[in-house]
Ligand binder design. Structure first.
Ligand code: ADP
Length: 439
């Protein structure tokens, strides 16, 4: 009986099967893996050529994944690029067939037979890959000697090998698809993050421009405002001659409007500084009661004019706090002004200063009996430009910047700020500043 050309030992077969089925080896591209599979099968069956074809969705026929030995194609699939050989794009057989060369097989492509003949092959074995009537691909083995069916590879072993190759190819393709998908996602993420960064850069630039614009405009306002206020003061003092009561009233209006505008400009400048992160404070040990008394005194006239009582209560012997006196004054001014603004005539605003409960800090409270704030607005009250509109708040002037600036001022002085408020009953805005070091 004629010898089979295979090396034939069970150990060889096992080794080849293991090599084929091994999960994607580290560092191997799918193309290298296909090549390795074709080589293993070729050596196992003592063939001189081997090729692997696979149906790829979207292509006309089976695509060449790998070709080895005499069947190797130029530029070969070792490059990982699948390609169709001339005469190979026809569907493969549904069952394993042995094709003598150059006769070919009527059920299959004569063109392939011719190609094999030109390469010096005498026998081809065509093994369908996959199951069922629709093969997924084809494994082709070629020998330079004519083989009888008895000399051809054992059918059961060939079937087993074909099954392993099918699994290995399916796995490799799934891996390639998954890797491609992951790479696509990564690319999309990178693109998204790039456009986000450039949007962010544009936003920052716009923000810088806005800050520059605000501070430039605010400075521009200052000069004419100083003139307006200065000359109305001269008029009020009678520098240009005595004023009639009506003239004095008019001058009073001019002064009030000028002061209002001046505080708006201050807020805008502070806002621009805050946006640019340039709120600078110089922390020193500051005596709180004197400052509070000063601020309260400066607002007494306004309170009286609005029919409000403005009171100050502070404990004796409070320690100095670490603060910037000018900015502490501003915080108190903002909170007390708000309290006066949002309290109806006949009401009361009480400023309390006491030791904080939980930290080595001093607590300032501005308690009013005003209109209060509805709880729906509580989370937003310190936001820039946030104002409660409608209802009792409707006619009150403001920009919505005061509390945002106040919070920032407290924070840059290392303190904390908060409030409690009940609609119709009043609000308590508080802040705490740390006791100065060494006190
Ligand atoms: P502005 O007073 O310029 O509107 P603020 O930032 O100082 O801006 O205040 C934001 C909003 O918070 C105010 O419009 C007002 O609705 C509300 N608010 C602040 N203080 C009080 C208060 N003491 N009582 C009631 N509402 C207040």
């Amino acid at each position: 009986m004629a010898e089979r050309p295979t090396s034939g030992s069970a150990g060889d077969a096992l080794r080849a099967l293991l090599a084929i089925s091994q999960p994607a080896r580290e560092g191997l591209t799918p193309g290298e893996r296909y090549g390795l599979t074709a080589r293993e099968v070729m050596h196992l069956f003592g063939a001189q050529g081997a090729s692997l074809h696979w149906r790829v969705p979207g292509t006309a026929g089976p695509v060449l994944l790998a070709s080895e030995g005499i069947l190797a194609s130029e530029g070969g699939p070792a490059s990982g690029q699948a390609q169709v050989l001339p005469g190979e794009s026809v569907p493969g057989p549904d069952e394993a067939i042995l094709v003598p060369v150059p006769l070919g097989d009527a059920r299959w492509s004569a063109a392939m037979g011719v190609a094999a003949d030109q390469r010096g092959l005498r026998t081809l074995l065509l093994l369908p890959l996959g199951h069922g009537s629709q093969p997924l691909g084809r494994l082709t083995l070629g020998w330079t000697t004519p083989l009888t069916p008895e000399q051809a590879p054992d059918r059961a072993l060939a079937r087993l090998v074909a099954d392993h190759v099918t699994l290995a190819l399916m796995q490799a393709r799934a891996l390639a698809d998954a890797t491609g998908l992951a790479a696509d996602r990564l690319r999309q993420l990178e693109e998204a993050s790039q456009s986000l960064s450039s949007a962010l850069a544009e936003l920052r630039q716009a923000d810088r421009l806005k800050g520059d614009f605000l501070s430039a405009v605010s400075h521009e306002f200052r000069t004419p405002l100083t003139t307006i206020l200065g000359f109305s003061e001269f008029l009020d003092e009678g520098v240009a001659g005595p004023l009639s009561p009506e003239q004095r009233r008019f001058v009073g209006h001019i002064t009030q409007a000028g002061l209002h505008l001046s505080s708006l400009v201050d807020d805008l400048l502070d806002y621009a500084r805050m946006e640019a992160g340039h709120f600078q404070v110089e922390l020193r040990a500051v005596e709180v009661s004197a400052i509070a008394a000063d601020v309260v005194a400066s607002l007494e006239t306004q309170a009286a004019a609005s029919g409000l009582r403005l009171l100050l209560a502070h404990e004796e012997g409070l320690p100095p706090v670490a603060a910037d006196a000018r900015r502490l004054r501003q915080v108190l001014m903002n909170l007390i002004s708000n309290a006066l603004k949002f309290t109806r005539p006949g009401g009361e605003v009480l400023v309390r200063i006491l030791p904080a409960q939980h930290a080595r800090a001093v607590r300032f409270e501005v308690v009013d009996t005003g209109i209060g704030i509805d709880p729906v607005h509580h989370p937003f009250i310190f936001r820039k430009f946030y104002r409660v509109t409608g209802g009792a708040h409707a006619p009150v002037q403001g920009t919505g910047l005061g509390l945002a600036i106040t919070r920032e001022l407290v924070s840059v002085q290392g303190g904390a700020i908060g409030f409690e408020s009940t609609p119709g009953r009043g609000s308590t805005f508080w802040f705490e500043l740390l006791v100065a070091a060494g006190e």
